[in-house]
Structure formats: structure tokens, C-alpha cells
Design a protein around this ligand. Structure first.
Ligand SMILES: N[C@@H](CCC[C@H](N)C(=O)O)C(=O)O
Length: 270
């Protein structure tokens, strides 16, 4: 099985080209691939499939040639991945699978328009974040109130007074399962200066990761809300680098680096 490896601000992915949907990529296989000791190691898998060959998103085939079939490290399926879609775009361009610098990618969360920037960054139109109300995350014996944000996938973004560097995120933070029956990605952030936040994230299905694109947008939404804003340009510092989020009236944009670092032949099989 041919693979590539890439990352966006150190949110890392194994890319599996499966253009005609011929592979049987089970949850077990994904978990084995993502294992950092016995597999390749990654936060998730991006399976590259022609949209028209996928029964899940065939309705998007007229607008997007390629479908990002995203899986978390534990093998679970997610609707969207902001860094993943940027790395996916980088793969399509590098592999010559698109001739354009602006194109759409099909995801379970809907179409995402991407743009390759002259400086090598990749920008994605993430759609309009939906604020759903409030909830609470529980970390290290402390309850942190936050804002529920739907980015196609579920988020709980919490501004906290304690420095995020001090948090122990080796375990799943507590959350209200009644509010998030399918689980949730939890962002904890410190607002710093003007339109800047330092964020850590515990991702549903992957644990703590060094970056999360949908989480960065959710954090920008929650940080803006602290000052009563719904628009603006935000810098979100994550463990793996820096992401830029633009919130406007109608949508949101996520920008940052996305690179392919390796390719090869995978010997793992079912
Ligand atoms: N790292 C991603 C989010 C991946 C999906 C998430 N773990 C979920 O289950 O919703 C990003 O960059 O957005």
C-alpha cells in the first residue's frame, strides 16, 4: 500500500492514495497505521478518493474531484479536519492531481474551497462557525466553562486563566456526554495581547495533538466572543506553530503551512 506522510503545524497525517476506492481501510488498520511505536505514527489518516467513487459524498462530485476521507488515530471517522484538508490540498498539487491553485475538496462536513498561497501556505474556507451555547470541560480537577462551536465537527473552546502550558492533557478531559453524545474536541486557550491566543487541544479520537485547524477557528470564535466580537483576524499559537484565522460575516478562513515529508510502501495489512 503506497503512503505519504505530511503535516500542518505538526498535526501529522498518513495519506493513502486510493483514487478508485479499492482499498478496505478498516478502523483497525487505521489505528495500526497511526500507532507511533508499531506503525507509521500519525494523528490521523487522509484517504484520497475520487468523489464520484465514494457513496458518502457523491453529491459533491460536480464541484470537487477529490474526497478527503478523514479518520482519527483510533480509527473513528470525523466530518472535517482543517489541517488535514490543507495537507490534502498540498498532496493534490504536488502529485499533479489538480492544475489549479484554487479548488474545492469534498469532505463529510461539506465542500471546502482551498487556495495555495505564493509563500507556500494553504488557506481553506472553513465555512461559518455555528455557536451552539455553553458547556464545561473538566481538566485536572478544575471545571473550565467554554463555548460550543460546530465547525462541521464538534468543539468546546474554553478561555482559561491558568497558563495552558501547565495543563496535563495526557488523559481525556471530562465533558458533558449529554451535550456531546458523539464526543468533542476540546480547546483550552489563553488570550494574549490583541487578537492572539495560545491554544492546546485534546482531539476526539486522537488525544492531545500539536495543532488542530477546526479547533483554531473555534478558539478564534470563543476568543472574539470575550470582547463581544464576531469578526476579525486572529493568530492562534499551537504547540506545532502558528495558524491565522479570519472571521468574517459569512464565513471563516484558516491559513498556515502544510507540507509532505515522506512517501513509501506500507507493509501493514488487515
Ligand atoms: N486535527 C483536525 C481535526 C480532526 C478531527 C477531530 N479529531 C474530530 O474527531 O472531530 C483539524 O485540524 O481540524
Amino acid at each position: 500500500m503506497r503512503f505519504l506522510k505530511g503535516h500542518g503545524t505538526e498535526n501529522d497525517f498518513v495519506i493513502l492514495p486510493d483514487h478508485d476506492a479499492e482499498l478496505d481501510v478498516s478502523a483497525t488498520l487505521v489505528a495500526r497505521i497511526c500507532d507511533r511505536r508499531t506503525g507509521l505514527g500519525a494523528d490521523g489518516v487522509l484517504r484520497v478518493v475520487r468523489t464520484k467513487r465514494s457513496h458518502e459524498v457523491a453529491g459533491q462530485a460536480s464541484a470537487a474531484e477529490w474526497f478527503m476521507d478523514y479518520r482519527n488515530a483510533d480509527g473513528s471517522v470525523a466530518e472535517m479536519c482543517g489541517n488535514g484538508v490543507r495537507v490534502f490540498a498540498r498532496y493534490l498539487v504536488d502529485a499533479g492531481l489538480t492544475g489549479s491553485s484554487e479548488f474545492a475538496i469534498a469532505t463529510r462536513g461539506g465542500l471546502r474551497q482551498v487556495r495555495m498561497e505564493p509563500n507556500g501556505d494553504v488557506t481553506v474556507d472553513m465555512g461559518k462557525p455555528t455557536v451552539l451555547g455553553e458547556s464545561t470541560a473538566h481538566v485536572g480537577g478544575v471545571d473550565y466553562p467554554g463555548i460550543r462551536v460546530d465547525m462541521g465537527n464538534p468543539h468546546l473552546a474554553c478561555a482559561i486563566g491558568d497558563p495552558v502550558v501547565q495543563l496535563d492533557l495526557t488523559h481525556q478531559p471530562g465533558f458533558d456526554i449529554g451535550v456531546f453524545p458523539s464526543g468533542v474536541n476540546i480547546e483550552l486557550f489563553n488570550p494574549v495581547g490583541v487578537s492572539r491566543a495560545v491554544m492546546r487541544v485534546f482531539e476526539r479520537g486522537s488525544g492531545e495533538t500539536r495543532s488542530c485547524g477546526t479547533g483554531a477557528v473555534a478558539t478564534a470564535v470563543a476568543a472574539a466572543a470575550l470582547s463581544g466580537d464576531t469578526t476579525g483576524t486572529w493568530t492562534v499559537e499551537v504547540l506545532g506553530g502558528t495558524l491565522t484565522v479570519i472571521l468574517d460575516e459569512d464565513t471563516s478562513y484558516l491559513s498556515g503551512p502544510a507540507v509532505i515529508v515522506a512517501s513509501g510502501e506500507l507493509m501493514l495489512a488487515e
